[in-house]
Design a protein around this ligand. Structure first.
Ligand SMILES: [Zn+2]
Length: 345
């Protein structure tokens, strides 16, 4: 969706024997970078390819079923790993018990092509590779083998080592238009795809919007905006936050609470940054949360800067596993103090 021109260019390059063997797709998070790479692979492996995959031939069906022998998807998060450790790239004699034990890139590439065509390795969120992993991948990037494509995707290319980046041909995709976001989500989230209020929250990224929608961002934003308008005590806000309908699954109730507080802080930081944009003179309609901020008091430059800092500290403390209730209390104490000061003045 929205990245068709790039795909057709890459398929044409493959047809002409100019595709190269390592590419990096960058762009904002949630705009469909990994989906684009999957489609690229599908179109390379299709029996009628390279080109738009037919979705009917046995190769296409195998890709769709996740059982094509010449396609390896390296996706840490989908297996419950935060980090792409070296075990995803190379088999090691010593492997910690809870490390990745599935197929490694090196093992995959040692096999002969199952269908005598392309062999494709897709790496999702390449920024999750630590330095050791990246160094191990370098070896493969230097000698990938015949008709091998390594395709990486990340929204944070700066997390890659220069040595790795210099071996990749970089392509960048940009945010989608509102119409494209709406079309991309028409099936998965029809109510959301048809609502201008929601579409405005997408910022050109269907992935972002879907996440916000599943977590009930609408209700969370109402709660936040109240907190930026009038003093709310932390226990009462926490109680309301716990009642929000969104999907915040965690392994324990504490983890779920942390997910909720983190979500509130992330949205809150977005709103606060938008208030900075308004204060800097941007037009209300050009700022995502502009309309929402209309009846919120705007504290002085210094007070806003300090409040932003307090919220950022809170966001960091939640990641450091500090008690989310305590973090919420600290943030609200400060936010309330600005509102009370204003009421007194
Ligand atoms: Zn096909």
């Amino acid at each position: 969706m929205g990245h068709g021109a790039l795909l057709h260019g890459l398929w044409a390059a493959a047809e002409a024997g100019r595709l190269g063997h390592a590419l990096l797709l960058t762009g904002p998070s949630g705009v469909g970078k990994f989906l684009t790479l999957e489609r690229l692979a599908e179109g390379l492996l299709c029996q009628h390819g390279p080109g738009e995959p037919c979705r009917k031939c046995p190769a296409c069906r195998r890709v769709a079923a996740g059982s094509h022998p010449d396609l390896l998807r390296v996706d840490a998060l989908s297996h419950g790993f935060e980090e792409l450790t070296i075990h995803f790239v190379a088999r090691r004699e010593v492997r910690p018990q809870n490390a990745w034990a599935g197929e490694s890139i090196e093992t995959f590439l040692r096999l002969v092509a199952g269908e005598a065509g392309w062999r494709v390795v897709l790496i999702r969120d390449a920024d999750r590779m630590n330095e050791e992993t990246q160094n191990a991948l370098l070896k493969t990037l230097e000698e990938p083998g015949e008709q091998v494509l390594l395709a990486l995707e990340t929204s944070r290319p700066e997390a890659l080592l220069d040595t790795v980046r210099s071996r990749l041909v970089q392509h960048t995709v940009s945010s989608l238009t509102t119409a494209e976001v709406s079309q991309a989500l028409a099936r998965e989230a029809p109510e959301c795809a048809a609502d201008p209020e929601w579409l405005r929250l997408a910022a050109g990224s269907p992935g972002r919007l879907l996440k916000l929608w599943r977590r009930g961002a609408g209700e969370c934003l109402s709660l936040l905006m109240r907190a930026f308008r009038e003093p709310i005590q932390a226990p009462s806000l926490a109680a309301e936050l716990l009642e929000l309908p969104g999907d915040f699954k965690g392994r324990t109730p504490k983890a779920e609470e942390r997910n909720r507080v983190r979500f509130l802080l992330e949205l809150g930081l977005e709103v606060l940054r938008d208030q900075e944009r308004l204060a800097a003179g941007l037009a209300r309609e050009d700022v995502m949360h502009g309309a929402r901020l209309q009846d919120c008091p705007c504290p002085s430059d210094a007070a806003r800067a300090r409040r932003l800092e307090v919220w950022l500290e809170g966001r960091r403390d939640v990641d450091l596993n500090l008690n989310p209730g305590g973090v919420l209390e600290r943030i609200l104490d400060f936010t309330n103090s600005l509102l009370l000061e204003r009421q007194r003045a």
